[in-house]
Design a protein around this ligand. Structure first.
Ligand SMILES: *Cc1c(COP(=O)(O)O)cnc(C)c1O
Length: 417
């Protein structure tokens, strides 16, 4: 058994008293979403035979078809495309964008610079990679204002006749900004509709699913996309992604994923179906566990003297917990502590390394059952001032607590507390 010091155990128990009411609120959101998912399964009469795998073209794979219907229901959308053939969140988002955009159209991101992996999807004119710009699709973005809100004046000025898609990133990603709640997104939708009703509103929903009672497609967003090795996969889905929204746009994405004329009619599920269903069933509760862990982490790190974002008492719209440690030693101890608490690969010690595409060395903790699965407890941090560590996920609240306390204990063992 690990022995945490008296001081650390005291911090933990004070934190749990402090956050008790917040944890109850998270339970209520999880209940709401759990019941929503179960009712959708019931409505579509999900049955054992839906879980069978399909092969070859997989025409009329009922498990696949009903899975799409269940997702559409849960996300309050006309249509959904849920497939193991999406290799990652980036692939899913890219498919959605290429599905609806045509050469000469413009994509305008209004939440500032999007998530890192999307930069290459946007690409450069003539880069030869088949990026959006390489295909003659234009891109621009409007940074958030100093308060971290949408800069509407600049957004209005940026909308061109060629603007076709408005991009919104719900999650903070690995930025020291706030996430946008679904209520915030609803306001954005109203405002954009006033400006130009025909614009397609796309939300990168990664890390956001089931953190609130509503999803962006339930407040008027046209198209969303996310990864199955994050929230909606419930820790069970082995790979894949989903796209939900207006039927026309989802079909266009399906034509892009497979081929025009084929779309969603083919695609062998190769034995992944049951885990995707069962993962969706577990997702509301598992996301709740991870959120509770993040609230616990915020409270604990605040009482240890660090700055956290969001704070323990703030509304959450994604899984990411950022902590500013102010020193490289604390940051490294934090990440190494999280790794030490893993059930998988606890014996490896993460070290900072020069990851391709990053200006600063990066250190990561990931002891996961699914490679890169970030509904599982993981932590990442670029080694640069002000030494912000990002943690997310945790299949069980208890594991996150263990990880957070191990991080503190590691700091304490190195005389950093
Ligand atoms: C994770 C993530 C992505 C990309 O997903 P990958 O699976 O890493 O390709 C895109 N946007 C946001 C906000 C994310 O959190």
């Amino acid at each position: 058994m690990v022995q945490f010091s008296e001081k650390i155990l005291n911090i933990a128990s004070t934190a749990e008293d402090q956050i008790a009411a917040r944890l109850r609120e998270i339970d209520r959101i999880a209940d709401h979403n759990q019941w929503k998912v179960i009712e959708s399964f019931q409505h579509h009469k999900v049955s054992d035979y839906h879980f069978a795998g399909s092969t070859g073209y997989a025409y009329n794979d009922r498990g696949r078809e009903v899975l799409d219907d269940v997702y559409a229901d849960v996300f309050g959308a006309e249509s959904a495309l849920v497939r193991p053939h999406f290799a990652s969140g980036t692939h899913t988002i890219s498919t959605a964008l290429f599905g609806v955009l045509r050469p000469g159209d413009e994509l305008l991101y209004i939440t500032g610079r999007p998530y890192d992996t999307l930069h290459k999807v946007i690409g450069e004119y003539g880069d030869g990679t088949g990026s959006l710009r390489d295909f003659g699709i234009h891109y621009s973005e409007v940074d958030l204002n100093a308060e971290g809100d949408i800069d509407w004046e600049r957004v209005e000025a940026a909308i061109q006749p060629s603007t076709k898609v408005i991009g919104i990133q719900r999650s903070r990603g690995y930025d020291w900004r706030s996430s946008f709640s679904v209520a915030d997104i609803e306001k954005m939708v109203k405002r954009i509709r006033e400006l130009r009703p025909d614009l397609i509103i796309f939300v990168d929903n990664c890390y956001g699913e089931f953190t609130e009672q509503l999803e962006p497609t339930q407040v008027g967003v046209d198209l969303i996309a996310g990864s199955l090795i994050k929230n909606p996969g419930g820790g069970l889905a082995e790979t894949g992604g989903y796209i939900c929204g207006k039927e026309r746009f989802v079909n266009q994405a399906a034509y892009r994923l497979t081929a025009p004329g084929i779309g969603r009619e083919v695609g062998a599920m190769m034995g992944t179906t049951r885990a995707i269903y069962q993962g969706l069933f577990l997702a509301p509760s598992t996301v709740g566990q991870a959120l509770k862990g993040s609230v616990f982490a915020a409270s604990v790190f605040e009482s240890a003297g660090f700055v956290t974002r969001p704070g323990w008492n703030e509304i959450r719209s994604d899984l990411i917990q950022a902590v500013s440690f102010s020193s490289a030693e604390h940051l490294v101890a934090f990440v190494q502590g999280i790794q030490k608490a893993a059930a998988v690969d606890s014996h490896v010690v993460p070290e900072p390394w020069d990851m391709p595409g990053y200006k600063h060395p990066v250190i990561m903790a990931a002891g996961t059952f699914i490679q890169g699965g970030s509904l599982e407890l993981s932590a990442d941090a670029p080694l640069r001032e002000p030494y912000i560590g990002y943690m997310q996920g945790g299949l069980t609240y208890s594991h996150v607590k263990y990880g957070v306390l191990m991080a503190l204990q590691t700091m304490s063992d190195r005389n950093l507390l």
